[in-house]
Design a protein around this ligand. Sequence first.
Ligand code: HEM
Length: 309
Amino acid sequence: MEQEKRFEPYRYLVVSVANVICAMCFGKRYEHDDQELLSLVNSAEKCLLSFLQRRVKEHYKTYDENNIRDITDSLIEQCLDKKLGTTTATQIPKEKIVNLVNDLFGAGFDTITTALSWSLMYLVTYPNTQRRIQEELDRTIGRERRPRLSDQGKLPYLESFILEMFRHSCFVPLAIPHSTTKDTALNGFYIPKDRCVFINQWQVNHDEKLWKDPETFNPERFLSADGTKVNREDGEKVLVFGLGKRRCIGENIARGQVFLFLATLLQQLEFSVCQGSRVDMTPLYGLTLKHKRCEHFQARQRFPTKGRS
Ligand code: HEM
């Protein structure tokens, strides 16, 4: 992406994140202009389901028990496993495979895209924060190699930025609705059977009793006084992956993915918006809170990449 040209980042993020979940589930990635993937990420659920059905069917045809390629193969293996009796609770019925892959897609695609999209919004709104992350990357990783998952834990400022992005945007504000299966008493409150219950993550992340100036975006709140460590206790107060038995099963993948995308992007690129433009951070209501798309992003390459001008 050349300097001075403007672009809308969401459409690139969406395909990049879809490629990660496609790689995990189907061992396959797509080009950014692939029509099948584009229609999938830009359209309704029905289209996604038939795409997933096609991929699972292909996997059944080419399945080889000695070469498990991805999550779909692994689910097929589990489903075909003769050692497990059909009555075993852990055995997966064949028709459930598409539903399981659909769950992983639904839960792990929009959430990560939204996290990255909010991250870019904060980075262009707070250029000093962006610069400080880049200085940390230059100091710790340098420019000769790409960031790796094993660098997680070595970049306290980037980690604090991610925690603050999760806390401040709190883009899954009420988690996923659940229902009580019996009359329940919780902290002295009575909740009858069959009541819809939500976890109000937004309230926790913006509670004045827990956070100083909760409406201020301030990654430093998670850093030790000398800026070299993340305060784990404060980090654990941020509530974005739900709670209890049904909390997010993809939390580790999500934290790793957001870290790796941001470290890689910020090592290479500096993001801004065109002079005179401003991003609109007003959250738009939904299961995941989005922001208005911004067409005025710019990206400047921070240093020449080997083999490219
Ligand atoms: C930043 C990214 C993510 C966020 C903020 C997030 C957040 C959440 C939340 C709030 C829930 C509901 C928990 C509850 O009801 O208490 C959930 C459930 C779930 N998440 Fe995530 N998630 C993310 C990424 C992922 C990824 C990458 C995957 C899988 C690859 C995933 C898979 C799931 C699944 C399968 C559930 C349902 C768990 C159940 O019902 O038992 N999530 N997630």
